[in-house]
Write a protein that binds this ligand. Structure first.
Ligand code: HEC
Ligand code: HEC
Length: 233
């Protein structure tokens, strides 16, 4: 083996490490990417923040592997290239800011480590009926307690805000998500969503969000008039 290596080095002097060595390039890329991370997180937060103007889902506390997979799907165009799906298309714009796998990996890790954020409860439904339906049709891939099932690529559903949860279910059902031939896991989920009535979707969303979902965000009124504060008179 050693002799082989020496022979190779003698025959091929241009194969010696030099400035164009891919390893060095990736080290430079790594440095540049790390330097950009703070800025990138801020850019993601414009749409994925908790402020009122937020247009994307809250990502804080989602699983690393799921976030990473989705980012790679957006990067490769398996998700986010359907102009009919306007919000996905928006994210198709957001993803252009990422330059390499390392950045997907860093951002997935960053968001996965954040504490879950409280969310306003927006979807109402019959939680009892939702529970029965969830156990029969969803739990096998997403876990009894919506904690996710990585073996079947089913993400946890306990970080989702009601509005986003419902919207994604409708998108899977209408083939606006999970339509790409290479989107295997998306298509699996799309198949699982077919034919479910809107009222049943609301029941399931209400059940999961109320039972396992993010903490309830107090409304503006509740924030201004705290329930337990002593009367000033
Ligand atoms: C212009 C607004 C915008 C920007 C900027 C943006 N996003 Fe998004 N993102 C969205 C929207 C809207 C969705 C929801 C897409 C849908 O409805 O399917 C989304 C979806 C996602 C999802 C999928 C979540 C899920 O539950 O499946 C991930 C992950 C994500 N964004 C990560 C990021 C990261 C990381 C950045 C920063 C590089 C970023 N986004 C920048 C708007 C944006
Ligand atoms: C056969 C397995 C399977 C079944 C059954 C299933 N899912 Fe899924 N689900 C998945 C997979 C896999 C994904 C990830 C899709 C992707 O990678 O884009 C997913 C994704 C989702 C998402 C998107 C989460 C996000 O952050 O955007 C929601 C919401 C969801 N499922 C809800 C449900 C509900 C509710 C049911 C029951 C009606 C259900 N699923 C049944 C496998 C399944």
């Amino acid at each position: 083996m050693l002799a082989n290596g020496v022979l190779w080095a003698l025959l091929c002097s241009s194969c010696q490490p030099d400035q164009s060595n891919p390893l060095r390039i990736s080290k430079t890329m790594e440095k540049e990417s790390m330097a950009r991370m703070g800025e990138l997180v801020r850019e993601c937060r414009v749409c994925h923040g908790v402020e009122e103007a937020q247009r994307g889902p809250i990502l804080d506390g989602m699983e690393y592997w799921y976030l990473y997979d989705q980012l790679q799907k957006f990067r490769s165009g398996i998700r986010g290239q359907n102009p009919e799906n306007r919000s996905e298309h928006l994210m198709g714009i957001g993803i252009k800011k990422l330059q390499n796998d390392l950045e997907s990996s860093y951002l997935a890790d960053w968001f996965a480590r954040q504490d879950p954020k409280p969310a306003v409860r927006t979807v109402r439904g019959d939680a009892e009926r939702g529970k029965l339906f969830y156990e029969a049709r969803c739990a096998s891939c997403h876990g009894e307690n919506a904690e996710g099932n990585r073996l079947l690529a089913g993400p946890a559903l306990n970080r989702l805000e009601g509005w986003y949860f419902l919207e994604q279910m409708r998108k899977f059902r209408s083939d606006e998500r999970g339509y790409h031939p290479l989107d295997e896991t998306g298509r699996m989920m799309a198949a699982a969503s077919k034919g479910i009535a809107d009222s049943t979707l609301k029941d399931v969303v209400a059940y999961i969000v109320n039972t396992y979902g993010p903490e309830d965000e107090p409304t503006m009124f509740e924030r201004m008039v705290p329930g337990k504060s002593p009367k000033p008179f």
